[in-house]
Design a protein around this ligand. Structure first.
Ligand code: PDD
Length: 283
């Protein structure tokens, strides 16, 4: 069992995988990516991730010249070859290599990479007891719905969280909570689940959508609406969602205890439903 890398459709050794110094991903952050989870050899909504990638490519005028079907086929093949039961699949596509200029190259072909690694589950106690968060100003650009590889603001935010001994950094823009450095944010207020609307200020998380589908099926009242920093601190429950994060309860933010200081009832119910899906979804 080992990490598997595909570069431009060819299997390459991890150590020997090379891309050009003129790659636009390297020089301009001109590319998009996806992270997909595999549970017990079953893909968790690869179809939705690829659909988001296709949409994102359209937003940045990137022609996925290798073909999305080809990408899907190789992702599946790479996971099989890795031998890992539980894996993360990192997919990155850039506009390729061309002598440096800001405007798009008149011609170039995409650089596309698939990396399959073993996914190690996060510590059980994180989910059982909850984790902590900090809040930071959202200093990103205003097209956060595109999953671009330009993640510097997210990295700075996550580093701040790490330095503060916290799990995640929650972004606020103009006093409103948008999302977190690598996850979406949910609060429970008056027994109702709230999350930021899926507009240009957040990534339209695949896990976020799954949470809303669970809420719908479980008759949990929910709304996609903007809420404030104050609402966050006064929430009965807070959790974040993401492919690798899954559903993670936050019990303390900026040193303030959330609700009863333990994962709340609605959060736990969603976590249980999510766990069941992780054992069954295969698409
Ligand atoms: N991040 N918001 C941001 C800013 C993210 O980077 C992510 C995921 C999410 C959750 O999206 P999804 O549910 O589709 O994974 C929300 C990935 C996992 C990463 O950068 O590693």
């Amino acid at each position: 069992m080992s990490t598997v890398v595909y570069l431009n459709g060819e299997r390459v050794d991890y150590e020997n995988a090379r891309i050009s110094v003129e790659d636009r991903g390297f020089q301009f952050g001109d590319g998009i990516y996806e992270v997909v989870r595999v549970y017990d050899r079953r893909f968790f909504y690869l179809d939705r991730h690829l659909a988001r990638m296709k949409k994102g490519a359209g937003e940045i005028y990137l022609n996925l010249d290798f073909g999305i079907d080809n990408l899907e086929r190789l992702c599946r093949q790479a996971v099989k070859e890795s031998g890992f039961k539980d894996a993360s699949v990192y997919i990155q596509v850039t506009r390729g290599a061309y002598p440096r200029q800001h405007a798009f190259p008149p011609e170039s072909s995409c650089t596309w990479v698939i990396i399959v690694r073993e996914a190690l589950a996060q510590p059980r106690e994180y989910y059982e007891n909850g984790v902590t968060g900090i809040t930071v100003p959202d200093e990103r650009w205003s097209r956060c719905n595109i999953k671009t590889i330009q993640l510097l603001a997210n990295s700075i935010a996550k580093e701040k969280a790490k330095k503060a001994g916290a799990y995640e950094a929650i972004f606020h823009r103009g006093g409103c909570i948008t999302e977190a450095s690598s996850s979406n944010v949910f609060i429970v207020r008056d027994k109702k689940l709230l999350t930021h609307p899926a507009n240009n200020f957040i990534l339209h998380g695949i896990t976020r959508r799954v949470v809303l589908e669970i809420a719908e099926k479980s008759h949990i009242d929910y709304s996609e609406e903007v809420f404030s920093l104050e609402d966050l601190f006064e929430a009965e429950e807070v959790f974040v969602s993401g492919t690798m994060t899954e559903i993670m309860p936050l019990v303390k933010i900026d040193g303030k205890i959330i609700g009863d200081g333990v994962p709340g009832e609605i959060t736990r119910s969603i976590m249980n439903s999510y766990e069941l899906l992780a054992k069954t979804v295969d698409q």
